[in-house]
Design a protein around this ligand. Sequence first.
Ligand code: BTN
Length: 265
Amino acid sequence: MAAPWFEDEIAQSLAPLLPGLRVEVVAEIDSTNSELMRRSRDGETAPVLLVAERQTAGRGRLGRPWQSAQDAGEPPSLTFSLGLSLAPRDWSGLSLAVGASVAQSLDPSRSAGVALKWPNDLWVQERKLGGILIETALLQPDALERYLVIGIGINIGPREAAGMSTPPAWLKEWRPAATPGEVLREIVGPLVHDVQLFNERGFVPFAARFAERDLLRGRDVRLSDGTEGHCEGVGWGGELLVRTATGVKTISSAEVSVRPVRMPP
Ligand code: BTN
């Protein structure tokens, strides 16, 4: 392995929160999300943190590919998935809660300007720093509990902009000495804590945390279905609120993408 990943330290510190959590680091895999979803279909649903130094077929939202940064030496991206069973009363807003958790860990004082673009992209200075892909599998028909896979990709080192609709940002721009392992260690404890908070109380405790980093609130936006309007933030279930000529439109579908109409000067 090219970099220290602090597997034992992470496993030990999370054991009280997630008994039996296994931490696995692999040099290469198609996609950490695909792997945990495959395992869940084979009945493997114990809590696991799977980290890949390289993904050959990383996936993003809306069927898009997720490409890691390319660099020789240490892995220039942090790519991992957390798999665990969860049974919240309402799943709405989970991806926003995860985004709020990760943004807070990456930029606790908000000095770096890490923002959240609905539903769960991490942006810095109008560029994309990372993304989150959440997938679930039913454990039993009609059961409330599901197996949840939270996949997170963060650019640590420089990343080429060629072929990307949104130019990338990377963490070393403001933390030149950061390593993927250190960033993982910082993110994952608060993430597990926040996922468990969501399990008990839903999106409500995260609404203010999301709002203070909401990239779209107060801006004119265009949705992938052609709707244009003014973003009024998110509701108590994490739905996007867009004021249009015909009233406030509520968007909760993860199948819709949204962009600011123009960047601020
Ligand atoms: C997005 O920006 O649309 C979401 C990107 C999510 C990427 C992460 S990397 C780890 C995990 N494995 C994947 O294949 N995707 C997620």
